[in-house]
Design a protein around this ligand. Structure first.
Ligand SMILES: C[S@@+](CC[C@H](N)C(=O)[O-])C[C@H]1O[C@@H](n2cnc3c(N)ncnc32)[C@H](O)[C@@H]1O
Length: 315
């Protein structure tokens, strides 16, 4: 199948949460096809800036037209590494967006190996030049470790995860996405309800291969150092695991502050680093027009003026 375009998810809601205005510096940590970056640029003044980041080498090509806008720059790489590089450079930013997961460009390109519907090589790396492919992982991993990955990153029920892991080990080496989908089907059968069981298995393997949980945790810790007081964090996630990371990160930092919300600095002793904002879902209309948006959750938080000294500090 030909690669198709990516429809930005929760575009208006996410950009409203980032509140770009005047000369703000905004980081789009997951550039993809640039849907969010383009709308942010429309809202900024001539002295504003957008820094786009993506670890998929193909995303850089999609950013090339935007590079004609002097306010836009693109940095290729893992968002945690790029964000920590910005911390080291002494940068300050007004808002950071994470629109997590895959773009439709990636899902629809069968040679990238993300699709459990179309056959392609079992790869699943967002950056195909880094780390090990899904096939290398599945063909060498311990059965018990695989069970853990399926449960933790795919929310696969334990008994099912055990059956799937056993079948994978029995049938390997696996080479294509169809090999994996066939093995999953052999292990747990086809369910009329609850969707294709391969969906969660592919998700779990993809999250593991791309080290998505730890990368997001490190990136969020860089973000709290980069944001100015009043700076906005917006995270769109597509499954409970990545949403849990963001939720935990924010709740660990909001303290139990009982100060009036208009006070810039906490005086009650709770010293919150972030104030929690809304948790939004896509509208019914968006879900109908773009079913891939259905599982999206947008979490928003605002950086307080509290310094980080005394709080946990690790890169
Ligand atoms: C859902 S898409 C973003 C779509 C984009 N907001 C748009 O409207 O076009 C997610 C993008 O983030 C990238 N990505 C995911 N994790 C990343 C990471 N750790 N570092 C850098 N880029 C990442 C993926 O390669 C993908 O292109």
């Amino acid at each position: 199948m030909m690669a198709t375009g990516h429809r930005p998810v929760m575009l208006e809601e996410a950009v409203a949460a980032l509140a770009p205005s005047n000369g703000d510096v905004i980081v789009d940590a997951t550039f993809g096809g640039g849907g969010h970056s383009r709308l942010i640029l429309e809202k900024l003044a001539p002295d504003g800036r957008v820094i786009g980041i993506d670890r998929d080498p193909e995303a850089a090509g999609r950013a090339s037209d935007l590079l004609r806008d002097r306010r836009f720059s693109f940095r290729a790489g893992d968002f945690d590494e790029v964000l920590w590089a910005l911390v080291d450079e002494g940068a300050w930013v007004d808002a950071v967006l994470f629109d997590l997961g895959l773009s439709s460009f990636q899902i629809d390109a069968v040679q990238r190996g993300f699709s459990y519907v179309n056959e392609g090589p079992l790869d699943m790396r967002m950056d195909p030049y880094a780390g090990i492919s899904a096939a290398e992982f599945l063909n060498s991993v311990d059965e018990s470790e695989l069970v853990r990955v399926l449960i933790n990153h795919g929310d696969v029920p334990r008994a099912e995860a055990r059956r799937i892991a056993r079948e994978i080990v029995r049938y390997r080496p696996l080479r294509t996405t169809k090999d994996l989908a066939d093995v999953v089907r052999a292990a747990v059968g086809w369910k009329e309800r609850g969707g294709n069981p391969s969906k969660r298995v592919f998700q779990a393997v993809r999250i593991h291969v791309n080290d998505e949980v730890r990368t997001l945790e490190r990136a969020l810790r860089a973000t709290e150092r980069l944001l100015v007081a009043g700076g906005r964090l917006a995270v769109i996630s597509f499954h409970s695991g990545e949403d849990r990371v963001t939720k935990r990160f924010i709740s660990e930092r909001e303290g139990r502050c009982v100060c009036p919300p208009d006070l810039p600095v906490c005086v009650c002793g709770a010293r919150p680093i972030f104030r929690r904002g809304a948790v939004l879902k896509p509208s019914q209309q968006e879900i109908e027009e773009n079913p891939r948006s259905a599982s999206a959750r947008l979490r928003v938080a605002v950086r307080t003026a509290e310094p980080l000294e005394g709080h946990e500090d690790e890169g």
